[in-house]
Design a protein. Structure first.
Length: 249
C-alpha cells in the first residue's frame, strides 16, 4: 500500500478546491489510491464550518485592495490565513482500511476515525518540526501543532489543521508556517484563538528551512506515521490519467 504525492507548486485557493474535487471523486471511485497534495497559496483567508466572520479583523475594502480573497469552506475549524512560504497539505485518504492502530507499532485497525486521523496529521507535523530543531507538541482541545512554552513565553502555533470527511474520504488538511510572513496573520484572529500567537519554522529554527526542505520532510514522515510507501507523481494529470505500461515484445 502506498500514498501518491503530487506537488502542485503555488496555486490559487479556488483552483485547489477544483483539484481536490477531482481527486476526491477519483478516490471515491477507487480509480486512485490515497493521495497527498502539497502546495502553496497566494494570500487568502478561509472560513471553516465553526468560524465567525468577526474573526476577520481587516475590512473587505482593505483585503480587496490587496487582492486577498475570502472563501467559506466545509472544513472544520475557524478562520485561517494561507500565503507564500506556508506549506499546505491536502490528504485525500479513504479512512476505511488497515491504518496505524492505537495499541502499538505495527498494529492496525480496519477503520480510522476523523479524530484519530487528525492526531496522525499532528504527529507528522511534530516530527517535521523536529527535523529542523524545533520541539513541538499538541495541546488538548486546541487542534494543530504548537511550540513548547519557554520562560514567560506561552506556546505559539506552528500549524493549523482542518479536515472534512465525506463517505470516509478526507479533504482539506493542514497549513505549516515555514517562511510565512507572520505580519499577515494580523488580518485575522487565527483559528479564533485570542491568547496565543502564531509563529513559523523560520522564526523558531536556528537554521531556517526552505519550503523545499519542509516538503521532503513532510513526505518522509507521512510515510512513517501512516505506514505507507510514498510515491511521487510528476503531475496531477499523471495521477488521474496514468499511462498503461508498455507491453513486452
Amino acid at each position: 500500500m502506498h500514498i501518491h504525492l503530487v506537488h502542485l507548486g503555488r496555486v490559487s485557493y479556488g483552483e485547489a478546491l477544483d483539484i481536490q474535487q477531482q481527486v476526491i471523486a477519483a478516490r471515491k471511485a477507487g480509480a486512485i489510491g490515497d493521495t497527498l497534495l502539497l502546495l502553496e497559496h497566494p494570500p487568502v483567508l478561509t472560513l471553516g464550518r465553526n468560524s465567525s466572520r468577526s474573526n476577520i479583523l481587516a475590512s473587505d475594502e482593505y483585503l480587496a485592495q490587496r487582492g486577498v480573497a475570502v472563501h467559506e469552506t466545509n472544513r472544520g475549524g475557524d478562520v485561517t490565513y494561507h500565503g507564500p512560504g506556508q506549506l499546505v497539505g491536502y490528504p485525500i485518504f479513504d479512512l476505511r482500511g488497515d491504518w496505524p492502530g492505537k495499541k502499538g507499532p505495527g498494529l492496525t485497525k480496519r477503520h480510522l476515525g476523523p479524530v484519530d486521523f487528525v492526531r496522525l496529521l499532528e504527529e507528522v507535523l511534530i516530527r517535521v518540526c523536529g527535523d529542523f530543531g524545533v520541539p513541538a507538541q499538541r495541546i488538548c482541545k486546541r487542534t494543530g501543532v504548537w511550540t513548547l512554552p519557554g520562560g514567560n513565553v506561552p506556546e505559539k502555533k506552528l500549524a493549523a489543521i482542518g479536515v472534512h470527511v465525506s463517505q470516509a474520504v478526507t479533504s482539506h488538511g493542514f497549513a505549516l508556517n515555514v517562511t510565512t510572513d507572520l505580519r499577515d496573520f494580523g488580518w485575522i484572529v487565527p483559528c479564533g484563538i485570542t491568547d496565543r500567537e502564531v509563529t513559523s519554522l523560520e522564526a523558531e529554527a536556528a537554521v531556517p528551512p526552505t519550503l523545499q526542505d519542509a516538503i521532503h520532510s513532510t513526505a518522509r514522515h507521512f510515510g512513517r506515521v501512516f505506514q505507507r510507501q510514498v510515491l511521487w507523481c510528476e503531475s496531477l494529470d499523471a495521477l488521474l490519467h496514468p499511462q498503461p505500461a508498455a507491453s513486452a515484445l
